[in-house]
Design a binder for this molecule. Structure first.
Ligand SMILES: [Fe+2]
Ligand SMILES: [Fe+2]
Length: 190
C-alpha cells in the first residue's frame, strides 16, 4: 500500500535498501590519533587547502577594507561630514573583526593566515581607494561591499556542507557586509 501523502505510483524501497543513519566508526577511531591536527579530523575531506586559500583571499580583502575605511574616516572628517566619517570608522572596526575571525579559522584548520603587505592588494577582491571627495568615497566603499558580498556568496555555495563551521562564519560576515552596503546606498542617495 502507498504511504500516506504519497502518490500511488511512487514505490517505497524496502527499509534495508534505504540509506541508513549510522556513524562511520572507523573515522571516529581515526579521530583518536593525529592529535597535532587539533580540530581537523581525518574525515574533514580533501578540500582543506582550497578552503584555507579562499579564506586567505578573504582575509586580504578584509584588511584592504580596513585600510580603505580608515583612510576615509580620517579624510572625510575634514569635509564637514563628521557623522559619515564616524560611520566609516565603525565599518573599519567591523571589517577588522571579520579579519580576526577569518584568521582564527585559518589557524584552526591548520593553515597560516597571510598578512603579508606585499601581496595584500593583489589577493584582495576589493580595491583600496584614496578619493578626496565624499561621494566618491561612499561609492568606492559600496563597490567594495558589493564585491565582498558576491565573493562570500560564492564561497558559501562552494563550501556547502563540506565545512559547516566555516560556512556559518562566512554567512555571519556576509550579513554584516549586506548591512554595510545598505547603509552606503542610503548615504549615496542623500
Ligand atoms: Fe568585512
Ligand atoms: Fe563591509
Amino acid at each position: 500500500m502507498a504511504a500516506r501523502n504519497q502518490p500511488a505510483n511512487v514505490k517505497q524501497l524496502p527499509v534495508a535498501d534505504r540509506e541508513r543513519m549510522v556513524l562511520d566508526e572507523g573515522a571516529i577511531e581515526a579521530a583518536r590519533h593525529s592529535l597535532n591536527h587539533g580540530a581537523v579530523t581525518p574525515n574533514y575531506g580533501p578540500w582543506r587547502e582550497d578552503i584555507i586559500k579562499l579564506l586567505n583571499d578573504s582575509l586580504a580583502t578584509e584588511v584592504v577594507c580596513v585600510l580603505r575605511y580608515k583612510r576615509h574616516h580620517f579624510t572625510a572628517d575634514g569635509l564637514a561630514s563628521p557623522k559619515i566619517a564616524e560611520e566609516f570608522l565603525v565599518h573599519a572596526n567591523e571589517e577588522s573583526a571579520h579579519a580576526d575571525r577569518i584568521a582564527r579559522r585559518i589557524v584552526q584548520l591548520g593553515g597560516e593566515p597571510d598578512f603579508s603587505p606585499d601581496s595584500l592588494a593583489t589577493r584582495s577582491h576589493a580595491a583600496y581607494d584614496d578619493s578626496a571627495d565624499l561621494k566618491a568615497m561612499i561609492k568606492a566603499n559600496l563597490v567594495a561591499e558589493r564585491v565582498a558580498i558576491e565573493a562570500y556568496s560564492q564561497m558559501i555555495a562552494l563550501i556547502g556542507d563540506k565545512d559547516s563551521t566555516t560556512r556559518r562564519l562566512l554567512e555571519d560576515i556576509l550579513s554584516d557586509e549586506q548591512e554595510h552596503a545598505e547603509e552606503l546606498k542610503d548615504w549615496l542617495a542623500n
